[in-house]
Design a protein around this ligand. Sequence first.
Ligand SMILES: [Cu+2]
Length: 146
Amino acid sequence: MQLKSTLLQSSLLCVALLAPLSATLAQAETPTASTEGARVYIISPANGDTVPTTFTVRFGLSGMGVAPAGIDKPGTGHHHLLIDRTEIPPAGMTMDGTVQHFGGGQTEVELSLEPGEHSLQLLLGDMKHVPHEPAVLSEKITIQVK
Ligand SMILES: [Cu+2]
């Protein structure tokens, strides 16, 4: 009996998925209007909570809807999580890779952080990852990771 060897080809499709975001970096964008009264907030953990090194962050949004990046629908956006950031990403600019993007329309994430004090804050972005005008920004919470 003879064994046939099969040549496996690996694809690098994942590289292509990163292209649309970097292509729009540093471009001035026409601001997308947020809905008046829209509010983004962290459902859990709560401000001051102590959490294990791996924990779930749940995102809340009222007054607007969640849509994946690239979907042009008024009154929507996707979540961005700012971890231990002292500055808010600049208005009118595409948020870069220092911000966690949830361009698939996710409303929670399992995070793993080093033990210690950390801050978390949510910022809604439009279909091009640009903060709305005015920005829809959550309160910043501080948590203890143990
Ligand atoms: Cu984004």
